[in-house]
Design a protein around this ligand. Structure first.
Ligand code: NAD
Length: 348
């Protein structure tokens, strides 16, 4: 199962879409992205240019896109237009749009082929790659979905020009994660002349390689969860983005395992990139560190990487800078958190 990842501009993107060997295109786009890029995408002429039937649907921006209600409306509208198995879905937007669009592609007529044009940094380096699709349920995020691999991922870094700073930082949390998993990405980031398009391509290809090796996340694909166990806890505990939560999740992991080398890398990278996530999110609550540790442990015990009543598989980096899975019991994690906060705390 291979997904083709290419860096494009608007002109080459049109050529790629025109070259799809399908009878029709179902183009699903974030309504805000459409308002910003109407002229660049020139969608009103897509039918003429491709000589195919084009069904264009806008999707509300943000997490609310991933709902039953929106899924049902869009699927019913598409079916009313009359489609068959040789229609191709194209998702254009951030991760919320690729998640619901991929799920629509996976379920319409029991599966249509699809491609993605990611428009946020997070979706370029992460969400658009790997074929995890889905919507949210009242019981939790991403609980309804399917694995459905896209054929093409067209990366156009031009979209980043309009991305708000907080969304950029959100994506950079994931980029930093990749820099610990792959030395080439770290070196490229530390090179003062780096091009964002190259970094995006490296990160996207890194994820793609792991996905090809381990589509259903039974082995190395799990490495992509570096920093995510504490990160998911912080995402629930504080009003911060996913990428920022992952950054702090890695920081805390490196601190409690006393990996000064990795902490230094984190700091060097932030300095080199002239980025800052500000103060640690738990900065104000540490007068009562035991409540904080208990709260974090509550989330750790419900993490998807828990493997028994007492243990979880953490992603870690060895001395040679190679990722691996570390089986760790809850007691050990708790006692490391306790001693770290009791001994050190004021903030990073
Ligand atoms: N499937 C996966 O493997 C995977 C991995 C990571 C995250 N995700 C999912 O991705 C979602 C988050 O994705 P996201 O961070 O891209 O958020 P998003 O899709 O919600 O987009 C964030 C905001 O940015 C706006 N936006 C998008 N492109 C823009 C542009 N070029 N210029 C200006 N504004 C733009 C959107 O309108 C939206 O308001 C979550 O639902 C998460 O669960 C999925």
């Amino acid at each position: 199962m291979k997904q083709l990842i290419e860096v494009v501009d608007f002109e080459s993107l049109s050529i790629k879409i025109e070259g799809l060997k399908v009878d029709g295109i179902i183009f699903l786009i974030d309504e805000f992205v459409l308002s910003l890029y109407k002229d660049h995408l020139n969608l009103q002429d897509l039918g003429k240019a491709t000589n195919k039937k084009v069904i264009l649907k806008t999707i509300p921006r943000g997490e609310k896109a991933k709902s039953f209600h929106i899924y049902e409306n869009i699927v019913e509208e598409i079916l009313r237009e009359g489609i068959h198995r040789n229609y191709h879905v194209i998702a254009c937007g951030g991760g919320a749009i690729s998640d619901i669009s991929g799920f629509i592609a996976s379920s319409l007529l029991r599966g249509l082929s699809w491609s993605v044009i990611p428009t946020t940094l997070l979706s370029m380096v992460d969400a658009s790659i790997g074929g995890k699709t889905g919507i949210n349920s009242k019981s939790g995020k991403n609980l309804i979905g399917a694995f459905h691999m896209p054929d093409h991922i067209w990366l156009n870094p031009f979209f980043l020009e309009t991305l708000p700073k907080e969304e950029f930082l959100n994506g950079f949390g994931e980029v930093l994660k990749y820099s610990f998993l792959d030395i080439k990405i770290k070196e490229s980031l530390l090179n003062s002349k780096f091009k964002i398009s190259e970094i995006i391509h490296l990160c996207a290809n890194y994820k793609s390689r792991l996905v090809e090796e381990d589509f259903k996340e039974k082995g190395p694909r799990k490495y992509l969860n570096l920093g995510h166990t504490f990160g998911h806890a912080f995402e629930k505990m504080y009003p911060i983005s996913h990428g920022e939560a992952v950054y702090w999740g890695m920081q805390l992991l490196f601190h409690i395992f006393e990996r000064q080398d990795l902490i230094k890398d984190c700091d060097d990278m932030m300095r080199a990139l002239n980025l800052s996530f500000g103060k640690a999110p738990w900065g104000n609550v540490l007068k009562d560190s035991s409540t904080f540790v208990n709260d974090v442990m509550g989330f750790v015990k419900r993490d998807k990487k828990v493997i028994s009543e007492k243990e979880i598989e953490l992603v870690f980096i060895n001395e040679k800078r190679i990722p691996y899975l570390l089986v760790c019991d809850f007691e050990t994690i708790k006692s490391k958190l306790d001693s770290f906060f009791k001994e050190n705390y004021v903030g990073f």
